[in-house]
Design a protein around this ligand. Structure first.
Ligand code: TPP
Length: 301
């Protein structure tokens, strides 16, 4: 199977979907402490973008970052262990949901600071993002900025927060920009492949605005505190364009069922591994905070 094979793309969106559904259940049961920002509904973007990348390409994600980590190829078992705060987690349980990193597969890290390389519509009014656009364009840095426009920054609708357009921000710095259907993994993959080919040939940075819809809460805290900012009809319409079904419809039913079963087995094993893993020893709480060789400064510069 090639990296951009339709079956493989389906496997990725399905893996993220089921990983997230299980993670939400683990939050509800109290096993995952502190909650998560579910990526449900946006799976086609991470899957499509990462299908067009090489293993040695680097990505950074957002606070809604599980999908980016999984799509780039991190081990779901170690990712789940990370969410559960276990020593076997990708970051020994120290990073958790919003700081999962796996340098082995080119994931520099999910990032709780709004405005990383994958980013939401809420980031497009952040000054540091525009500064990054400027320097990337000026120095022709091969970076693909992927805006996952799910229509809201927490509860703030895009229309009430974004003047002008998202591609317009890139174009102001001379960067090519495309708007794509983020619910279709193959559309995202093809747009990414085209941009990445230009960038590898020295073309400089580009931006993709992927239009999507967040199926679940901004954060799982919303499951307890119902916030009334999306009309039921809007949510139903958004959910009707499901990236898992869109990609699944391209596969023979038997292939889809086989992938579904394989994903379930992978996640069953992942959960078993994670739950059987020890929590970090409190005595080591200060380990792995600094790169080896560096010591914490105690003040005085
Ligand atoms: C620099 C910064 N400002 C504010 C926040 C608080 N914050 C966390 S998520 C969020 C909304 C982000 O919305 P968006 O970028 O559209 O991403 P989405 O949550 O929709 O995926 C905000 C404001 C933050 N984490 N970082």
């Amino acid at each position: 199977m090639t990296r951009d094979d339709p079956v493989r793309l389906y496997r990725t969106v399905r893996l993220i979907r089921r990983f997230e559904e299980r993670a939400v259940a683990l939050v509800r049961s109290g096993a995952i402490v502190g909650g998560i920002h579910p990526y449900l509904g946006q799976e086609g973007i991470a899957a499509g973008v990462c299908a067009a990348l090489r293993d040695d390409d680097l990505v950074t994600g957002t606070h809604r970052g599980h999908g980016h980590v999984l799509a780039k190829g991190a081990d779901p078992a170690r990712m789940l262990a990370e969410l559960l705060g276990r020593e076997t987690g990708l970051n020994r349980g120290r990073g958790g949901s919003m700081h999962a990193a796996d340098l082995g597969v080119g994931v520099l890290g999910a990032n709780a600071i709004v405005g990383a390389t994958f980013f939401g519509d809420g980031a497009v009014n952040e000054g540091m993002l525009l500064e990054a656009f400027n320097l990337a364009a000026l120095w022709r840095v091969p970076v693909l900025f992927v805006c996952e426009n799910n229509g809201y920054a927490t509860t703030m609708p895009v229309d009430g927060a974004v003047a002008g357009t998202i591609p317009g921000r890139a174009e102001a710095f001379g960067m090519p920009a495309a708007v794509v259907d983020g619910q279709d993994p193959e559309t995202v993959r093809d747009a990414t492949a085209a941009a990445v080919a230009r960038m590898r040939a020295g073309g400089g940075p580009e931006l993709i605005e992927a239009r999507t819809y967040r199926f679940d809460a901004h954060h799982t805290f919303e499951h307890a505190v119902r916030l009334d900012y999306r009309a039921p009809g809007e949510v139903a319409a958004g959910r009707s364009r499901d990236p898992v079904d869109i990609q699944g419809a391209r596969l023979p039913e038997a292939d889809r069922a086989a992938v579904d079963a394989e994903v379930e087995a992978t996640l069953d094993a992942a959960l078993e591994f994670a739950l059987a893993s020890p929590e970090p020893d409190p005595a080591g709480a200060l380990e792995h905070l600094y790169a080896s060789g560096l010591v914490a400064r105690t003040g005085g510069g």
